[in-house]
Design a protein around this ligand. Structure first.
Ligand code: ZN
Length: 618
């Protein structure tokens, strides 16, 4: 794909949650845990006319989708600030310092004065109806192999409440996440191609993690992608989390825009005017189709549209496995309708042949025309039919709507809502502006952290490239740095990466180990008092007693084991002929002999026997 020729334009916005002690505008802890809500708060929100006198289209769609908002309140992570019953406190210094550090890492400038602003949000994801955000840097630069990209601005803002559940009548949000500090990094639109976007996104993520204050885990970093081609339109894909596949996401979106543009060229614009639509409920009144009859019994209606010359096209793939009809179905869904039935699919199973026949006659359907039908509650069906009709017209003209889209599992995208108008911002009068002096910046510059890339290079000399690369991306990087000069750095790095993973597979966590525990473990491993294989036992014993005693206990139990092993080895030596003949099958008879000779439980004997026998058979 020649992206330059396509007029490819792309910018990304990265949102990284910070792992500070407290939230951005209150003293609640950032550290979130999966737990049940302690209380619920209900609010209503409706779209209001803005300064221009027009309702924001995005606001109107949201308001049409959800009428009531319910907020799950968590005692541990929430106070009156999150439910908007108390003004915000001053901005958290640790978060601000982290954001400014990042700004300087990308050679950006910090403003002299940081002013917190209120950005209107309409989907209910903030109890106050706005998000607090502050511009903390601008004019930065990211350099990657495929070329440098400018960072227009860096914001420090409060994380929104996470959506818990949404249906037609209400949206339920979790308040625990609300107020967690979030750094937003936006590039300009100069990204050249999908691979370039991936390099830029990975680099920004790496730099953010290099501050040592990035939260980890699912959903803690999200990417918004703005992408278009010359004949297409700007589309914003929201909340993508799988940065390693961001190139695939962008490739698929370009493919969709390109195919829709080409499809538009196959049609003549005039066909857009030949779309006819009407309420055709009367043709379905005696239907035997159970779904449609149930809909009609519940104040439902059936709307139909004629889509000229669309036969054979509805199932045409436009990106990945995604086919054209989905472009229409997405729009129906935003009006609360499940789907569309149409004549470009096999309708036999629905038992609606007769009904479709009557609609076709009404609409003077040609062989190439498609009849599409929407059955739902009357007002929903009507609105859905209007939305689908509007979207269908654009298919004939090849116009790609500017819109916000969601990423799907297969990296295609689906329509979610219109692009929001440029966000309205007002100064947050509850929080005084923060001065940033030259001295503040000097202080930050003096303490700029090494990037993870730099650390990786440095540690490669000590522990090899593979371990170095593992440890710099591990959450225990700081612990590694704490112990690496006191003990064998390879051993320490291996402990926090591979050994940790092995232990986790056995259901054992190292997260609770204290400094003394870790020192005792490293020392015992280094002096070969214990082996890696003993770690599970040692860590379990540490829950009961001091680290020294735990290690002693495991060592003494092993002494017993080494005696057993010696006896087993002796027996195997005596029976070497039998082993030669029978191989691993000798295990059964040998077990019988050993149980007479060795004082130990069957499981222990069996395990050692198997290990020793394996050695001989190999
Ligand atoms: Zn709070």
């Amino acid at each position: 794909m020649n992206y330059e020729k396509l007029g490819f334009k792309c910018g990304i916005e990265i949102h990284q949650q910070l792992d500070t002690e407290t939230k951005l505008f209150c003293q609640c802890p950032v550290n979130l845990e999966d737990e049940a809500a302690d209380a619920h708060v209900e609010r209503f929100l409706s779209a209001v006319a803005g300064e221009t006198g027009e309702k924001d289209e995005a606001a109107a769609v949201e308001a049409a989708k959800s009428k009531k908002f319910v907020y799950n309140y968590y005692k541990r992570n929430n106070c009156l600030v999150e439910i908007d019953e108390e003004p915000p406190h001053n901005m958290d210094k640790e978060a601000l310092n982290t954001a400014l550090t990042f700004v300087r890492m990308i050679n950006g400038e910090a403003p002299d004065e940081i002013q917190v602003m209120r950005k209107m949000v309409v989907d209910g994801s903030n109890t106050s109806g706005f998000q607090r955000t502050a511009m903390v840097g601008l004019n930065g630069k990211i350099n990657v192999e495929k070329g440098s990209v400018n960072i227009e601005d860096v914001e420090l803002e409060e994380e929104s409440a996470g959506i818990h559940e949404r249906n037609e009548n209400k949206a339920i949000y979790d308040l625990n996440r609300l107020g967690v500090p979030l750094i937003e990094v936006g590039t300009d639109a100069s990204i050249k191609d999908p691979e370039h976007a991936k390099q830029v996104a990975m680099e920004i993520g790496m730099l953010l993690r290099s501050t040592g204050k990035a939260r980890r885990g699912l959903g803690t970093i999200r990417q918004d992608v703005n992408v278009s081609i010359r004949e297409g339109s700007r589309v914003e894909i929201k909340g993508f989390q799988d940065v390693k596949n961001i190139n695939l996401l962008i490739e698929k979106e370009v493919e969709r825009q390109k195919n829709l543009v080409e499809l538009g060229k196959e049609f003549q614009d005039s066909l857009a005017d030949e779309i006819v639509g009407d309420n055709v409920t009367h043709h379905f009144e005696d239907t035997e189709n159970h779904i449609v009859s149930t809909v009609l019994e519940n104040d439902g209606a059936v709307y139909a549209l004629k889509l000229p010359q669309m036969t054979g096209k509805m199932k045409q793939k436009i990106s990945g496995e995604r086919y054209l009809a989905k472009e229409l179905v997405d729009y129906a869904k935003t009006r609360g309708v499940q789907g569309i039935l149409h004549t470009d699919e096999d309708l036999e199973n629905y038992g609606l042949t007769k009904e479709f026949q009557k609609v076709a006659e009404d609409f003077n359907k040609n062989k190439e025309d498609v009849i599409a039908v929407i059955a739902a509650e009357s007002s929903q069906a009507k609105k859905a039919a209007q939305a689908v009709r509007k979207r269908a017209r654009q298919i004939y003209t090849g116009e790609i709507p500017e819109e916000t889209r969601n990423a799907e599992q297969d990296f295609t995208t689906s329509y979610s809502r219109p692009l929001p108008g440029s966000a309205r911002m007002y100064p947050e009068t509850d929080i005084p502006a923060i001065r940033v002096t030259e001295k503040d910046i000097e202080e930050i510059d003096k303490n700029l952290p090494k990037t993870l890339e730099e650390k990786k290079e440095e540690y490669t000399e000590e522990i090899g490239e593979e371990l170095a690369s593992q440890i710099v991306s591990s959450p225990e990087l700081q612990e590694f740095e704490q112990y690496k000069d006191k003990y064998d750095p390879k051993l320490v790095a291996n402990f926090f990466t591979n050994l940790k993973a092995n232990l986790k597979d056995q259901g054992i966590s190292i997260d609770h180990l204290k400094e003394g525990d870790l020192e005792a473990i490293f020392s015992a491993l280094e002096n070969e008092k214990i082996q890696k294989g003993d770690l599970a036992e040692v860590i379990q014993e540490m829950e009961e007693q001091s680290p020294e005693n735990a290690i002693e206990k495991v060592i003494s139990s092993k002494t017993g084991e080494s005696e057993i092993r010696e006896t087993i080895q002796k027996v195997l030596e005596e029976k070497s002929e039998m082993i030669e003949e029978q191989g691993m099958h000798a295990q059964g008879p040998l077990m019988g002999i050993l149980q007479q000779k060795v004082e130990a439980d069957g499981a222990t004997i069996s395990q050692i026997l198997q290990e020793e026998l394996q050695k001989r058979v190999d």
